[in-house]
Write a protein that binds this ligand. Structure first.
Ligand code: SF4
Ligand code: SF4
Length: 402
């Protein structure tokens, strides 16, 4: 726990020098909560999630990498409201862990989001394929509900959409609308970490999706275009939730040059059209730091300087711009492989990387027989070197990685 235990966390966070700004006793006693669970005396900054009627603190909890129930409980007690998971995280254990923690809580005291991917996606392009039916999606969603021990989720996302066609794929539109009509999903959206401006624009056109969960961070060269798309979505009443705000957490593989994560989180939330962000927390230090942004969004000069400097450094975050893809002799899904590289070295989550790589059906030695790599990276990554490095993981049995 990095020298920081739960008691220390609660003490410093809940009763710190700035005063007791959350209602811990109220939450502990299960006081009825509404869509705006934070009362006015609490000083979290909150924003409305599009037209859903849900109001959230600007910092939420991306549970993806968390496997410690005490961390989720502490976040609940501290006033975090939205918890984000997915069907595939930790091979279902993430949803199960959340289900255990949440099962005895009043249903309106938290907002739960999960994501379900389309059944078939083209490994190279990321496009949703014709074999992706509404039924297959809804069957997976039912499994998620069972793991979560819930009758309904507050937000159901179609997971990992990367194009306009994917966003408007008829079977996925049918699936989420069916889930909503049945009452199993209060609100519906999609998640994207590639071609985000295009996907957000398509969400507006769909007139179906209410929320988009998008990668947003200071490393994206196309951030101004993304910001414009987000503004358009906000005007159309679509709620925007931010992920990948910390761009991999480190500038280097060895993690000797960490990104100023607090500054990176604040940067994304400067845009008031972003309702909330879902940074991951794997220990109480992370949680403490992220929660602190809920009450203080102002960026210091030092933080601005760190981000300015950090933007020019290569780092681990692939922005999914696909500039490299047309020049790869084997048509490899380079952005996905780079994401696996970030999971391995930025997140220190080889199991997640293994799961992603396995889904890509890569050749055994992806780059070994190319005499020259023509796939140049806009961010200066040595693409073939990273592919050779991370693809070794696929040869390791997954049991050895968990
Ligand atoms: S070395 Fe790898 S990334 Fe480069 S062109 Fe060959 S297969 Fe593609
Ligand atoms: S590897 Fe580089 S060029 Fe390719 S998608 Fe990622 S950031 Fe863009």
């Amino acid at each position: 726990m990095n020298g920081y235990d739960r008691r220390h966390f609660l003490k410093s966070t809940l009763l710190g020098t700035s005063g007791a700004f959350f209602s811990l006793p109220a939450l502990a006693q299960g006081e009825a909560q509404t869509n705006s669970p934070l009362s006015s005396e609490k000083r979290f900054i909150t924003r409305k999630l599009g037209k859903t009627g849900i109001e959230l603190p600007i910092v939420s909890f991306g549970v993806m990498r968390a496997d410690n129930p005490a961390l989720v409980k502490a976040a609940l007690e501290a006033g975090i409201v939205l918890f984000d998971t997915a069907h595939g995280y930790q091979r279902g254990k993430n949803e199960e862990m959340l289900g255990e923690v949440l099962k005895d809580r009043p249903r309106d005291s938290f907002v739960l989001a999960t994501k379900v991917p389309p059944e078939e996606v083209d490994n190279r392009t990321g496009e949703v394929k014709a074999g992706s039916t509404a039924k297959a999606f809804l069957d997976k969603f039912d499994i998620s509900l069972k793991r979560l021990k819930l009758d309904y989720v507050d937000i159901l996302y179609v997971h990992g959409i990367s194009s306009r066609d994917g966003a408007l794929f008829p079977a996925m539109l049918e699936a989420v609308q069916t889930a909503k009509k049945s009452g199993k999903a209060r609100h519906i959206g999609m998640s994207t970490h590639k071609n985000e401006p295009e996907v957000i624009q398509a969400a507006i056109e769909s007139r179906v999706y209410e929320i988009v969960l998008s990668a947003i961070n200071f490393k994206q060269d196309y951030y101004p275009k993304l910001k414009e798309a987000i503004a358009n979505a906000a005007k159309a009443g679509i709620g925007i939730v931010a992920m990948k705000t910390m761009a991999g957490g480190s500038h280097d593989k060895e993690r000797k040059q960490p990104i100023n994560c607090k500054a990176a989180l604040k940067f994304v939330l400067q845009d008031e059209n972003v309702t909330t962000a879902i940074p991951g927390n794997t220990n109480f230090d992370h949680l403490n730091m992220n929660i602190s942004v809920n009450t203080d969004l102002k960026m210091t000069d030092e933080e601005k300087g760190d981000l300015l400097l950090g933007k020019s450094q290569g780092g681990l975050y692939c922005q999914g711009c696909e500039q490299c893809v047309p020049n790869c002799l084997k048509g490899l899904p380079i952005p996905d492989i780079m994401r696996a590289y970030m999971y391995t070295y930025g997140y220190r989550e080889p199991e997640m990387a293994h799961s992603l790589l396995s889904s890509l059906n890569l050749p055994e030695h992806p780059c070994s027989d190319c005499s020259h790599c023509g796939a140049a990276c806009a961010k200066g990554f040595d693409i073939s070197d990273r592919i050779k490095d991370v693809s070794r993981l696929t040869k390791v049995p997954v049991e050895f990685l968990s």
